[in-house]
Design a protein around this ligand. Sequence first.
Ligand SMILES: [Zn+2]
Length: 321
Amino acid sequence: MEKPMESTRSHDRLRAGAAFPALALLLSALLGSAAPALAKLNVVATTPELGALAAAVGGDKVAVLNLAKPTEDPHFVDARPTHIVTLNRADALIEGGAELELGWLPPLVEGARNTKVAPGAPGRIAASEGIQLVDIPAVADRSRGDIHAAGNPHFMMDPLNARIVAAHIADSFCKIDAGSCAAFRSNLAAFEGRLDAKMKEWTAALAPYKGASIVTYHATWRYFAARFDLKSDIYLESKPGIPPSPPHLAEVIGKMKADGIKLILIEPYQSRKVAETVAEHAGAAIASVAQFPGGLPGTDGDYLALIDADVKGIAAGLGRH
Ligand SMILES: [Zn+2]
């Protein structure tokens, strides 16, 4: 009586074995035509403002994830195992470049073992390409802790640099997904139109403060200040990445008093306490600003909303005196 049972089992196995390819064929027939249109590009951005631009350009053709939180210092992002998983599934990786992510990104990319986003791959997009950097030191000296050894990497704070980066992202997306290129170009044009209109508003809002100096914690606002005719060359940090020292802060307070500088900008991850102490001694105000969408209320995922909030905060701060 064993033989029939055995044969029944083989028969079941045979049927099951036959069923799976049949099912697979059926599914591929059902999904076959729709699959390419449904497949979104998995885009990973190191920081949220790059992610916001990728989403604006990519529209419904991309799914965007950011590695850094809006409240994290982009030079010192906490590397997490989930970052490696995210990078492993990426079709494209957008980084600021100019050594912004030097301290944390390379080991994550190495760990992800994804040739699509390896250095030199079409999916590896460096925003700094085609951007005129400022503050490039005559001699790079990383040994003293200077994290701007390749020049100032905070170029995205100038909206016209963001315009260049958005076009760069569109070009790169077209290379990776040629079928969606027309959509990328059209999304880019819409973004540029919104940015150009906002640019006029921002320029008008800051025009009354032309030439005014602002003190910032880190050299984040160099490009922003240059674009809007403000001055930003006094920092609470002793050097980029080096925390403030009491003698340095005393010097800053002296300069602020001597030059009548009345505004200090502070970002979410910087010491507000230090800023408050300096503001108190120098008789200055503090404005909360951010480099990243989501770093200020109502700006999540929206670069233009972020710059809007920054411009409003800075104009209000400069207008107090
Ligand atoms: Zn920096």
